[in-house]
Design a protein around this ligand. Sequence first.
Ligand SMILES: NC(=O)C1=CN([C@@H]2O[C@H](COP(=O)(O)OP(=O)(O)OC[C@H]3O[C@@H](n4cnc5c(N)ncnc54)[C@H](OP(=O)(O)O)[C@@H]3O)[C@@H](O)[C@H]2O)C=CC1
Ligand SMILES: [Mg+2]
Length: 339
Amino acid sequence: MFRGIINLRLIAPVCARRSSSYVKQKRYLFDLKENDDVCRQALKSGSFYLFHDLLPLLRKSGSGFSVPTVSAQELQRTINKHGQDEQKIEDAVLVGCSKSCVAEFALDLGCLEKSSLEADLDGTFTFLPKALLLLEGKCAPLVAQAQALLRWHETHQFCSKTGNPTKKNLSGSKRICSTNGLIYYPQMSPVVISLVSYKDRCLLARQEGFPAGMYTALSGFCDIGETLEETVRREVAEEVGLEVDSLRYYGSQHWPFPSSSLMVACQATVQQDKLNVNKSELEDARWFTLEEIEEALQRGIVHLKPESGTIPIWVPPKWAIAHELITSWVQEQKAHSNG
Ligand SMILES: NC(=O)C1=CN([C@@H]2O[C@H](COP(=O)(O)OP(=O)(O)OC[C@H]3O[C@@H](n4cnc5c(N)ncnc54)[C@H](OP(=O)(O)O)[C@@H]3O)[C@@H](O)[C@H]2O)C=CC1
Ligand SMILES: [Mg+2]
């Protein structure tokens, strides 16, 4: 068992006054999830994020993009106009509720003709990685959560024990086998992501499939039965041949690529810096100085092709927890050097 220092990333304290509305919001969300009658009512007054074959609808807004919602009435009109029965609305999945307790749903309209839908809705159904880039991280977590839940329902139509069809409950918080009542809940795969450091440098790595020039913290899926600490230790040993000697929890993030992962981020230290990179897992791994990391953070996303010669190092975008981990290491290094 690790004797690491665990200091939770401070979650903005909810002030006493807001906690009652926060509690009300979360309790309503619970009722929506668990009670089909409450959810059926909410489907008539809620707001809807729309997808088409798992592509979120984005709309130009000012110099950027936003994720529009439609009301239940607008959605009914759209569905009817495209010749679908309004029963389709019950395929929606619950993704949240606003502070004023308006239920928020996501619905995939992949059965309708895409371009005429886009014209009606004044938007574009966009490939998720591109959508998150265009949204610059704003409401990325919600779009990622909605797409992951819609995808989970799409890929869990049958019971893996009986082979018979499963049926979603109204909110989409689970699916139940039509014959033996087995309940399936949407899953996330736990992944650890560790920013390994040694004295005044940190370690970043890249896989062959990464965009040219992009380096990130070491990461790896938990094997069944492993603790998070054991996964950190194993993945760092597997990927770069080093032994972690301390780790500190940083925070976590839902990550929709390639399927639903729960990223658990930590800062880790090692006792020596001699790398033995596992080339079957990584294309490269290197130690970086504070200056190099600050330059990479400054640079932002680099859109250069491998054939354009040497590509400057860059790191994942702001809304990736790898970016936060790297930024927090820079802040700690600077605080340390300022004494
Ligand atoms: N949000 C962020 O900041 C970042 C997120 N990530 C994400 O972290 C995840 C893990 O990174 P990566 O280094 O590739 O992981 P690993 O180092 O664990 O290597 C991936 C391999 O893990 C195996 N594996 C085990 N369990 C699963 C599972 N549930 N789903 C998929 N593969 C599994 C697969 O091996 P096999 O093919 O042999 O079965 C897969 O090829 C990636 O999805 C990546 O997108 C990575 C960096 C930054
Ligand atoms: Mg890995």
